[in-house]
Design a protein around this ligand. Sequence first.
Ligand code: FES
Length: 119
Amino acid sequence: MPKLTVDGIGDFDVSEGQRLVLALEQDAGVDQLHACGGNARCTTCRVEFVAGEPDRMTVAERDVLAARGLSGVRLSCQIACDHDMTIRVISRLEGSGRKDAGHQPAAEIEPPPQWIAKS
Ligand code: FES
């Protein structure tokens, strides 16, 4: 069972393969934003990795990060918890001015993932 460490919050055992965005919300109790519902469109599910950053990413994640000119962050909706990770939460509902965290992401990564090496 992979361990998810959320900087400043705690350590959590998460289900193998769980979407990181859901592990943050459901296991760690973080008010993580996911405005587009986990579809690799909004980037509000972004997190910073302290350790265990995955060395693969989905094409959808690569494309939206590039389109927004973002670096140094990863999209929690595009990551599966398949190993131990330590992350820093940087995009929460609290303080965002939004009325809610966004549509509930599905259990599986969407769009259907095409995996590539992290660029
Ligand atoms: S990009 Fe919108 S929830 Fe991940």
